[in-house]
Ligand binder design. Structure first.
Ligand code: FES
Ligand SMILES: [Fe+2]
Length: 360
């Protein structure tokens, strides 16, 4: 018996605001989302604010060295507490000056003693599940979410093996990429290389050896691996004595983050933020030991922005326009049982994750 043809998701998943609202509740608020890098919080009291699908949050380091995340809202009458990044001794609400400890407990407020029956312990900032994963801070708005090591089995150990300097790395550059498309179009495009040969000349001729390219699921991670085209063709020097120095590997952590390691154990990352149903921002992160300047890394970041990233923007924005066409009927995915570069099995897997989140 032949297996049925698998069709791509219907267009409304990418265009309909009600699908996006359902995703915010049932998918984005229940998965691990990248918040920032631990090096952004070097000292107690250091914080940064950010948004995950419309929720304002902030991460802050306690005096005990623990990184905590809170909803960015005062528990008095809902003024927001922080914006941007900086350092504080205690959290002071700008509205009526209630103050909170770095652990979220209420410390004091003007004239609170006048309130009969009031106890400080009644009030505490609302905390968000947080994990520091090899110095990358992730949050999950679902208090019952399973830990990242269960979502992404084996990834932490592999990452540390491929990126031996991980403890000393700091971001050197964040490159912001605006895309006028639904976030899923962008992450799907990232997660298949069926389009690479036609569209990414630099990537397929300089970085990877296409016939060895593979993508396979590892829990909710999609792991990309490939051997590299002649290491001598690389435009930068690498230390080939280090393990995995001659490989390319990436770990896409569903739904909006990816670690990529280029030959020479060079780490870069992707993280996406959905802005609305038809707009997403992708950030490319580039890291160096102690955040030291590196002409090589800056050149790689600029080259990547000018080639692969630029090529992908044109693709994903055209798809968003195409999905609005009355004439579009979702086509069959190209699922090759042998997987490989020219297969869309990874798209089938991701689209099933979307259906599971929205339809259960
Ligand atoms: S809203 Fe924060 S102190 Fe009143
Ligand atoms: Fe691409």
């Amino acid at each position: 018996m032949t297996a049925p043809v698998i069709r791509a998701l219907a267009a409304r998943y990418y265009t309909d605001p009600s699908v996006y609202e359902a995703e915010r509740e049932r998918l984005l608020a229940r998965t691990w989302q990248f918040a920032g890098h631990a090096s952004q919080l070097a000292n107690p009291g250091d914080y940064f604010a950010f948004e995950i699908s419309g929720e304002s949050l902030f991460c802050i380091k306690g005096r005990d060295g623990v990184v905590r995340t809170f909803y960015n809202v005062c528990q008095h009458r809902a003024h927001q507490l922080l914006s941007g990044a900086g350092s504080v001794r205690v959290l002071v609400c700008p509205y009526h000056a209630w103050t909170y400890e770095l652990t979220g407990e209420l410390r004091a407020g003007p004239n609170l003693a006048a309130v009969e029956g009031f106890e400080r312990a009644m009030v505490c900032l609302t905390e968000v599940r947080t994990e520091v994963f090899a110095n990358f801070i992730f949050v999950n708005l679902d208090d019952d979410a399973r830990p990242m090591d269960e979502w992404f089995p084996g990834v932490r150990d592999e990452f540390m093996e491929w990126v031996p300097d991980w403890e000393r790395l700091q971001p050197l550059e964040w490159v912001e990429v605006q895309e006028r498309c639904n976030w899923k179009i962008s992450v799907e495009n990232y997660s298949e290389c069926y389009h690479c040969a036609r569209n990414h000349h630099t990537f397929t001729s300089g970085v990877v050896k296409p016939q060895t390219y593979d993508i396979r699921p590892q829990g909710y991670c999609l792991r990309h691996t490939t051997e590299c085209a002649g290491i001598d063709m690389l435009t930068y020097e690498i230390d080939t004595t280090r393990p995995h120095a001659e490989e390319y590997s990436s770990w896409f952590l569903w739904p909006m983050f990816s670690f990529q390691v280029y030959p020479g154990n060079v780490l870069n990352t992707y993280h996406w933020r959905a802005l609305d149903p038809q707009n997403v921002v992708a950030w490319r992160g580039w890291y160096t030991v102690d955040g030291g300047d590196s002409e090589t890394i800056r050149r790689l970041a600029a080259q990547d922005r000018a080639t692969t990233v630029e090529e992908d923007i044109l693709l994903v924005e055209s798809v968003q326009r195409g999905l609005k066409s009355r004439g579009y009927v979702p086509g069959p995915l190209v699922i090759d049982p042998e997987r490989g570069l020219r297969s869309e099995h990874s798209i089938q897997i991701m689209q099933q994750w979307v259906r599971n989140a929205l339809d259960d």
